[in-house]
Design a binder for this molecule. Structure first.
Ligand code: AP5
Length: 265
């Protein structure tokens, strides 16, 4: 006989491996969430990190932490950190750890990140940066490395345009902006061919050491495919990581939509 009957939403429903019904705590919205999934995304300049991060947060609701964006904001606001970072960024080399490491650690300690999980974009970029968060016990469930040959990167960098209003990333050949936003588009000051080559060299000099820390969770992604095809590969890697971390979440996301359902304990 049934001991108890409860009404739950589809998001709350799931089963254990035994097939027995179970319930999980209610979520605040119907947006698909991924508990506290922790993801790092890495790749050379213009490999497509920002483009893919926009798609990832839209689908997976992780908190996007872009170190490049945070630094650009600091520079724009003329903060002490921004003043220190400006020259390094202009030259396309790494900003010193004393500026970056604490910035990242304190962002990762905030409540939204703890509740939603994180997507860390552009950190760590050196062995010392990886070491700094290893010491804090901060490790990703998945390390995505977008691979694009050097010769494609310059074209992507110089053709990139940014919409300061929406944050959208366009490309004058690969992702054309709608005509109504063209006049307000901006180009980053480090998006020149010369600076791109320095940034690529900086990346290439450091990436091996960084990847060494995350071999167990590394997933290399072919970044030469179309933006949508790259996202399909990334989605597959994320779904796998979710299943590994939280089999119940994986079960719930695949359930057909319904207003409510009944489970029995
Ligand atoms: P950051 O802002 O992180 O720059 P980056 O790593 O050089 O990467 P980008 O933002 O240039 O490229 P992306 O991979 O996001 O490519 P996107 O998606 O835009 O860092 C800037 C600077 O900050 C650094 O140089 C350093 O000085 C400093 N810094 C940052 N992190 C630091 C750290 N941890 N420590 C110290 N210093 C740090 O795509 C590029 C273009 O290609 C776009 O136009 C897009 O439309 C197009 N595109 C994207 N995907 C595709 C595709 N599949 N096919 C065709 N086109 C594509």
């Amino acid at each position: 006989m049934l001991a108890q009957q409860r009404v739950v939403t589809p998001r709350q429903q799931g089963t254990f491996r035994s097939g027995k019904a179970c319930v999980r705590p209610a979520r605040r919205s119907s947006v698909r969430t991924t508990a506290t999934l922790k993801v790092m995304i890495s790749g050379a300049p213009a490999a497509g990190k920002g483009t893919q991060c926009a798609k990832i947060i839209d689908k997976y609701n992780l908190v996007h932490i872009s170190v490049g964006d945070i630094l650009r904001d600091e520079v724009k606001n003329g903060t002490a950190a921004g003043k220190k970072a400006k020259d390094y960024m202009e030259r396309g080399v790494l900003v010193p750890d004393e500026v970056v490491v604490e910035m990242v650690k304190s962002r990762l300690a905030q409540d939204d990140v703890k509740m939603q999980g994180w997507l860390l974009d552009g950190y760590p970029r050196s062995a010392s940066q990886a070491e700094a968060i290893e010491k804090e016990g901060i490790r990703p469930d998945l390390f995505l490395l977008i691979q694009v040959p050097d010769e494609l990167l310059v074209e992507r960098v110089v053709g990139r345009r940014l919409d300061p209003v929406t944050g959208a990333i366009y490309h004058m050949k690969y992702k054309l902006p709608p005509p109504e936003v063209v006049d307000r588009l901006q180009q980053r000051s480090d998006d020149t061919e010369d600076k791109c080559r320095v940034r690529v060299a900086t990346h290439n000099a450091n990436v091996g050491a960084v990847v060494g820390y995350y071999k167990d969770v590394l997933r290399e992604i072919d970044g030469t495919k179309s933006m949508d095809a790259v996202f399909e590969d990334i989605s597959a890697a994320l779904d796998e990581a979710i299943t590994k971390k939280d089999p119940l979440e994986a079960y719930c996301k695949d359930q057909p939509a319904a207003d409510e359902c009944r489970v029995y304990e």
